[in-house]
Ligand binder design. Sequence first.
Ligand code: NAD
Length: 499
Amino acid sequence: MARDTLPAGFVAGRPVDSRSGDSLDVVDPWDGTTVATVGVAGAGEVDDAVAAATAAFPAWAATPPAERGAALLALAERVGQRAAEYAEAESRQTGKTLRLATEFDVPGSIDNAVFFAGAARMLEGLASGEYDATHTSLIRREPVGVVGSIAPWNYPLQMAMWKVLPAVAAGNTIVLKPAEITPLTTLMLAEDARAAGFPDGVINVVVGRGPVAGEALIGHPGVGMVSFTGSTPVGRRVMEIAAGRAARVHLELGGKAPFLVYDDADLEAVVHGAVAGALINTGQDCTAATRVYVQGDLYGPVVQGIADLLSTIRMGDPRDPDTDLGPLVTTAQRDRVAAFVDRARGAGARIVAGGEIPGGDLAKGAFYAPTLVTGAGQDSEIVQEEVFGPVLTVLPFSSDAEGVALANDTRYGLAASVWTRDVFRAMAAQREIRSGCVWVNDHIPIVSEMPHGGMKQSGFGKDMSRYSLEEYTVAKHVSWDITGEPRKAWHRTIFADRG
Ligand code: NAD
């Protein structure tokens, strides 16, 4: 995209300029430099995008699944050809390490596209048969229509993919709004969708601010389904607006994942798992391991092990292959994280490692030192609220039942992990923990075939997997009379003996 200002979106296959002339800078949080300037869309551009998606819907819904799948495969191929460019843009706009973007974000996104290319061809109705003597029933799975999607900034490419792929695989058309601070890879995706052969209007992107373009999209009468990934407070607002016209809602919200360590667990696995699980994406991960609970005598060694391992973490240039931890996405996010830790310290918690904004060469970026907090109360803010930074708390517990109760004691329910060598303990915990995903002796890995989504205030709805494909469809019952009789037996309920 050789323009001074990147477009404010892609509508009907073409880049669109901001009508208002408004723009914003995409900033590299490593050093505060401007990576690109992007146009900002408002309600007018959203209207155009919904109109384009509405116009494209009938033909796309009628396109044979094999052809929809072929477009998805071509998209996977395009992204694969530009993998290095995607990884670089993702790293620049978020501050995540190039290593993470190259080994996780981009290949994960490509694999998702390949998965949904196949899944598009697997959509089928469940039942076909006679459930009374006079009718044959069949179920059709039909697309909902125009989907309005909103994505967060932590994994911009993956979140765009998680929104777009199941929607269009199922025959819907989509208008996607990325987070305004991280639009680059979503704009690249829109370009590549056109090159991959998606008809104009099937995949539309608008770059705009949440309360303006976001609310215009969610509130648009032409949008049949709203799919949102982001924070729980904004998710509630999204639900409120969609309720105005009873639109279908899909919400993937915040998390505060417990990491439950029984006293028979493998110490080395626990320490490495907790640090990796807490620091992935600089802790800006809805499933990050943020609440570590350790049973009995293992508590001391785990705290010591985590502190020791955190002291080896190398912060630095996200493009340097030796860097383990990049900056947070913005200095505002860093300051938010710092304020959480400062309040915890003020409330009597112990900061065993980190707990500061690093100086020196790192001062030019949005860095926060990886931080270990102990001694916080279970009901304290640092344990209950989503910090979204490289911060983990460790708390002790005694009985197995107490561990599970502590793990369940938040309003969130997105992900959790259980660490033990005892198969019966693991079985009990995976059953009793209230979250959309439970890992056993690991924390973080995901696969395209399996669903991702929450319970409680982490939202409802599934991303990835065949379950998400179902979310973007409506089950339609078709009931055929097989008697050929002009007067049906049930008419007696109306006409009595005259039937
Ligand atoms: P956010 O809620 O601030 O913003 C998310 C998106 O919503 C952005 O595109 C933003 O522009 C838009 N938005 C903001 N206000 C809006 C409004 N009034 N109306 C419509 N749209 C609006 O979240 P964030 O800070 O970008 O992302 C971090 C959050 O996302 C965390 O809470 C994290 O846990 C969550 N998240 C959840 C999942 C999941 O799968 N459950 C995945 C990734 C991130």
